[in-house]
Design a protein around this ligand. Structure first.
Ligand SMILES: Nc1ncnc2c1ncn2[C@@H]1O[C@H](COP(=O)(O)OP(=O)(O)OP(=O)(O)O)[C@@H](O)[C@H]1O
Length: 238
């Protein structure tokens, strides 16, 4: 097991955004996370990456309790993430963004950071855009860059927040192909996505969240056939 979230709770004022959430993710597994808008999915990522502190509960990574670690420390232990709204350094080139991320992600020399950046350019099909200003790219390439920046920190666990959102069918398929390559190399992934067919094509298991609570967890087929999920999430009567 690579990640364990145990009894995680988070409240904003009167709103209990994460309610006693527990789950595990195995090494090499892809866990898809589904849930209606405002269900608490991004908050769960923030609790895992350390961007937001838990009110109570624990997060374990590779057997170690990382609950008290700050975001950059969690990144250096091997947790990389993308954000729902990409925010690269817009005036820097794609390549410079990746070198910066590689340096941030660990104690690597400049030479190693360049090597990592070059490898990530290949993986994410961004090589033709290496010298382009990050702020001037299409949505697909901005999404790729968001993925690439997370990869450049060399994560063992990759948190992807709606990476396919807003893309056309064709573009989403291209991105899924890239994610399949990343998965095949053994990277463990948690992927929040509203584009269900994209998620289904790669997830080993699904976790469905509603009002900050776990509604269902299991194989994609079991979860999508779960009457509660169909009723609450898809608005379908069982
Ligand atoms: N910093 C904050 N302060 C107050 N409320 C917050 C904060 N962050 C999130 N919330 C609230 O917590 C709830 C869950 O938000 P969150 O972004 O985790 O949901 P989500 O499932 O990711 O939604 P979406 O699918 O729309 O991205 C929402 O009602 C949101 O308004």
């Amino acid at each position: 097991m690579l990640l364990k979230v145990e009894n995680a709770c988070k409240r904003y004022g009167a709103l209990q955004v994460t309610q006693d959430m527990s789950f595990t993710v195995n090494d090499g597994e892809t866990l898809g996370i589904l849930g209606p808008n405002g269900a608490g999915k991004t908050t769960l990522f923030n609790l895992i990456s350390g961007d937001v502190a838990l009110d109570s509960g624990c997060v374990y990574f590779d057997g170690a309790n990382i609950t008290a670690l700050r975001p950059h420390q969690r990144c250096r232990t091997g947790i990389g993430r993308s954000y729902q709204v990409p925010h690269p350094f817009g005036n820097m080139s794609v390549f410079e963004n990746l070198v910066t991320a590689a340096c941030f992600g660990g104690q690597v020399s400049e030479k190693e950071a360049w090597e990592i950046a070059e490898e990530v350019l290949e993986t994410t099909d961004l090589k033709p855009f290496a010298n382009k200003a990050a702020g001037s790219m299409t949505l697909l390439n901005r999404k790729r860059l968001e993925l690439a920046r997370a990869l450049a920190t060399r994560p063992r666990l990759l948190l992807l927040d709606e990476i396919a959102g807003g893309l056309t069918e064709h573009e989403a398929r291209e991105l899924v192909d890239e994610l399949k390559r990343i998965k095949a190399r053994g990277t463990t992934m948690l992927w929040i996505e509203h584009v269900v067919h994209a998620l289904m094509s790669i997830a080993d298991r699904l976790l469905v969240i509603d009002f900050g609570k776990k509604l269902a967890e299991g194989t994609p087929d079991d979860v999508m056939n779960n009457p509660e999920v169909r009723r609450v999430y898809m608005g379908v009567d069982a």
